[in-house]
Unconditional design. Sequence first.
Length: 164
Amino acid sequence: MTLATHIVIAAAVAKPLAASNPIIGFFIALVSHYLSDAIPHWDYKLHSIDTKEISMEKRTWDYKTLVIKDLRSIVLDFFLGLAVGYFFLNPRTTEQFIYFLLVTVGAVLPDFLQGAYYTHRAEFLKPLQRFHDFMHTKIKLGPYPLVGIPFQLIVFFIALYFIL
């Protein structure tokens, strides 16, 4: 699932707690990430990460040609979610802004840790990655963008509806 969709889903789920403890909002956003990954969805391909290799020694991180392209996609995706969440949640106080940031971090943290696991051979993250893989849907819509992208947009706009 794209980072923008994770952020919007987390914002929608955590919104009822906006006046509550920001740490609770963070953990709700974190849980929402894993639960929303169970929904069939489309993912854009990261070309610089080889996730098919099981062995940590065989995983590759191509610094020369593909990292910049992937980072552009990731940054654009993240800031799109951040902008949409900010616009619709409209945090007006410092507390609301901190709450929004913690929800955003909770929403994307599992994918960030997944990237660290695959790119930096962070073996200590292996149990967390196994859990992420376990929670992730087995129905991959990435190879089918004509189905996956519209479905992803539907999930995005349903979550956005619940923010309003």
